[in-house]
Ligand binder design. Structure first.
Ligand code: HPA
Ligand code: ZN
Length: 349
């Protein structure tokens, strides 16, 4: 049994940044920084309804999920070519490496692009090539997870799946994102059943703004193996017990929850409660260009606000490896690296 070294509070931010970690909930379109949005708009001759980078950034004052999604889809409108998708993903992967992310499972929203007349090929191939090049250059491993937009119909999701199947080798799983309330998981039961038959891994956003019933639905009707967000689970004791017993991970996104007013004050975030209940909760950045920080910023601000310490830091990093879709042997190797990072921090304390 491993005993986590206790690291003094002043050294905790450094440890949070230095420790190896996996990121499992990050929408690649949400990593588009305003500067890159304007550069791509110029390269592609796309008109934006914001005059400059500053006025776009000034519009990032969200009141709920939908107020964010409206701006997020507008930002994605500059993406047209394979090179655009490649450049966007390389920028994220380089940033992730700087945060000591050793593995990432990247969400992408093909329907946001195919609806504008962009073909599936440049989307998936551009992202895939970036994943390959980033691993060669920096050693970070990655997988792609295709997300269906839940505000659209199941027929459109099924069509999107068909369009993506020629590139089946390039994505490991599927997910469900966009406007949650009013678009319950049962709407997508057939497409997720088809994905399961195809051997695709399954995740779903549930319990971000929506009720615990949507988390039950994600598990029972979509056969989700991980729940994205899931923070509303605390309102249902039987659900908490199930998540714990079956070790179903939650990919939690603290700064997203704060910016979208799920927890307007980060000090009120329920991460300490999720961990104390024994859940496999993880920290992730969701849409880092829009919510004020990449994964390390999420860790550092969450810990500063809630007063969590080195036990929780270790647990969250270990959870991120457990929750990832990689073979057990790689998880074990990452745990060894994690314990070395803690030993190094203890030596400096
Ligand atoms: N929730 C739902 N859809 C999304 C999100 C999110 O946090 N980010 C990007 N699409
Ligand atoms: Zn998300």
């Amino acid at each position: 049994m491993y005993t986590v070294p206790q690291i003094e509070a002043a050294r905790l931010p450094g440890l949070l940044r230095a420790m190896p970690k996996a990121e499992l909930h990050m929408h690649i379109e949400g990593s588009l920084e305003p500067e890159l949005i304007f550069a791509l708009a110029q390269r592609n001759g796309v008109a934006l309804s914001y005059a400059d980078v500053e006025s776009l950034r000034a519009a990032y004052a969200f009141t709920n999920l939908q107020s964010f999604l409206d701006i997020y889809y507008a930002g994605a409108s500059v993406l047209l070519t394979e090179q655009d998708f490649y450049d966007m993903a390389m920028a994220y992967l380089e940033r992730a490496v700087a945060d000591n992310v050793v593995h990432t499972e990247i969400f992408f929203d093909p329907q946001t692009h195919t609806a504008r007349g962009v073909a599936m090929a440049p989307v998936i191939q551009g992202l895939h090539k970036a994943c390959v090049d980033a691993e060669k250059r920096w050693g970070i491993s990655s997988q792609l997870i295709l997300n269906f937009l839940r505000h659209l119909s199941e027929e459109e999701a099924l069509q999107t799946l068909d369009e993506a199947l020629p590139y089946r080798a390039y994505f490991s799983g599927v997910g469900l994102d966009s406007s949650e309330v009013g678009n319950p998981p049962e709407k997508f039961a057939r497409v997720f059943a088809r994905c399961k038959d195809l051997g695709l891994r399954r995740v779903a956003h549930a319990g971000e703004e929506g009720p615990p019933a949507y988390i039950w639905g994600a598990l029972d009707l979509l056969h989700a193996e991980r729940v994205d967000h899931g923070v509303q689970a605390v309102h249902d004791a039987a659900l908490m017990q199930r998540l714990k017993d079956e070790r179903i991970p939650l990919t939690v996104c603290p700064l997203s929850n704060q910016k979208l007013q799920v927890f307007p004050d980060l000090a009120d975030h329920n991460m300490p409660q999720l961990l104390a209940a024994g859940l496999v909760a993880t920290v992730n950045s969701d849409d880092p260009a829009y919510f004020g920080g990449y994964i390390n910023e999420n860790f550092v601000q969450l810990f500063a606000a809630t007063g969590m310490g080195s036990d929780e830091a270790y647990q969250l990093a270990a959870n991120s490896f457990e929750a990832s879709f990689v073979p057990q042997s790689r998880k074990q190797a990452w745990l060894g690296q994690l314990q070395m990072a803690f030993a190094e921090a203890a030596r400096q304390s």
